[in-house]
Design a protein around this ligand. Structure first.
Ligand code: BES
Ligand code: MN
Ligand code: MN
Length: 465
């Protein structure tokens, strides 16, 4: 392979400016009022893929937001890498907690990013990480250093459950055929500790509604005599964990993959400081399921969390009222072998069964997906390992993540290929939070590392034959 670092150094300013332009478009998939912006972002990504050297680029319509597809096929006897990413972003709320406007990117230095970081919604998740792949392609095509075929599939609905991606994949299996899928939409342990994500948790996301009396009531005239939906809902939610923080839904743990003590010991070798973890979050202590370490709790164990809860009066001052309804949004992170549809059913049955007389409960499932594991003896993993060794001078550590990219397990089922997760973000980059950012060093290092993956994978694949 030629020298990607040189090219990246030379063009870094332009790369950053191009990313900044992309970050200015508020492609919030969850909020319909940004519909035009989401479509415009798809067009912008398509344009960039063309410029970077794709021979064919299409903005593929779906019943929802479009999927940008691009390809550069150089030789059908060579392997094909399929790059997946997403151009949609999370809503920036709460806006008042941002130090700068979420869609007016600014570069600022931080303790962990002394070279500077770009602050904007989507900087790390996933526009910045997706764009590393576009620029890596530009390097390879501009320097005659592309060793294999490449396909890009960049979607606009990841943050809302990838509803139409399954639809698209099932209709385009030949077009999307590949030898390995490559994604940068996760993180790494630290700048001096490269890691490869080997697992993603599954997800079941539900919304619950508790209805009491048919209208809001005076809390003095009726208080004590009728079920208060908010009191009831919070009590029901509290009962979903026992005193050891195990989840109480019958059958919830039935299919959970149990790791051997060997595997758990191996996990515990990854560098981790509980003290720094607590300090970074300003908490006196961590909290979670008894019998598991922090890193186990957030990766190999399933969870149940309320993501939002509302009802009644939340305006200024006091209003004495018993609300007719109370609501909550609940996510369950799942681990290998748990079936997300089965878990959704178990939740629904259990939640309805614990409702006291005097209220009605409605459970509405949103989206979900299966957990995923990359085997570390796969040649894609080996190629990634070698790529990091080249640019970081260190062997990366395999690490399961607690986050979810539900579509990855579907890729395996529909396209029959494994996914390699080369993430370059840091946990402190605040994805989904106010002040999301992405280190410039990480962005450039990613662009430099990705071409090595292409070369190592092509080499390993040819040796396999
Ligand atoms: N990129 C994240 C997932 C992620 C981040 C995995 C960091 C591992 C490490 C992705 O965009 C995301 O936010 N996924 C959602 C699920 C989706 C169905 C909304 C999540 O994990 O909450
Ligand atoms: Mn993402
Ligand atoms: Mn996300």
């Amino acid at each position: 392979m030629k020298d990607a670092k040189n090219y990246v150094d030379k063009h870094q300013e332009r790369f950053l400016n191009e990313l900044i332009d992309l970050l200015k478009i508020p492609s919030i998939s969850a909020d319909k009022s940004y519909r035009d912006d989401v479509f415009n972002t798809a067009d912008a990504v398509a344009e960039r893929l063309k410029e970077a050297g794709c021979d064919t680029v299409e903005v593929c319509e779906t019943p929802g937001y479009p999927i940008v597809y691009g390809e550069k096929l150089i030789d059908k006897n060579l392997p094909t890498i399929l790059v997946y990413g997403h151009y949609d972003v999370q809503p920036p709320d709460p806006l008042n907690l941002w130090d700068s406007a979420p869609f007016e990117p600014v570069i600022k230095k931080t303790d962990l990013h002394p070279e500077g970081a770009i602050f904007a919604r989507g900087a790390c998740d996933d526009k910045g990480q997706m764009y590393m792949h576009v620029k890596a392609l530009e390097y390879m095509t501009q320097n005659d250093d592309l060793p294999c075929n490449v396909k890009f599939m960049i979607e606009g609905e990841e943050e809302v459950g990838s509803e139409n991606l399954g639809w698209f994949i099932s209709r385009n299996q030949t077009k999307l055929a590949n030898d390995v899928i490559l994604i940068s939409d996760t993180g790494m342990i630290a700048k001096d500790t490269p890691s490869i994500t080997t697992g993603l948790r599954g997800l079941s996301y539900v919304e619950v509604e508790v209805t009491g009396p048919n209208r809001d009531l005076h809390s003095g005239l009726y208080g004590g005599a009728v079920a208060n939906p908010i009191n009831v809902l919070t009590k029901m939610i509290a009962s979903l964990h026992d005193e050891d923080n195990h989840i109480t839904i019958p059958g919830f743990y039935d299919d959970v993959e149990e790791l051997s003590s060997d595997e758990r010991n191996k996990m515990a070798e990854a560098p981790f400081s509980l003290e720094n973890y607590q300090k970074a979050l300003d908490i006196e202590s961590v909290y979670g399921e008894v019998g598991y370490t922090t890193n186990e709790r957030n990766s190999i164990r399933p969870t149940l969390d309320v993501n939002g809860i509302w009802g009644g009066y939340i305006g200024e001052g006091a209003k004495t009222v018993i609300a007719s309804k109370a609501f909550a949004k609940i996510s369950m992170r799942l681990v290998p072998d748990q079936d997300w549809k089965k878990i959704t059913d178990l939740f629904k049955t259990h939640f309805e069964s614990i409702a006291p007389k005097g209220v009605r409960v409605k459970v509405t499932p949103h989206h979900g997906g299966q957990a995923y594991v990359t085997p570390i003896d796969h040649i894609g993993y080996k190629a990634a390992e070698k790529a990091y060794e080249k640019t970081f001078g260190k062997t990366p550590i395999p690490q399961r993540s607690g986050g979810s990219i539900p579509i990855v397990s579907l890729f395996e089922k529909e396209l029959n290929s494994k996914t390699i997760l080369m993430g370059f973000g840091l946990d402190s980059d605040a994805i989904h939070s106010p002040n999301e950012h992405f280190g410039i060093w990480n962005f450039l290092k990613g662009i430099e590392t990705i071409p090595h993956f292409y070369h190592e994978f092509t080499k390993l694949k040819s040796e396999e034959k």
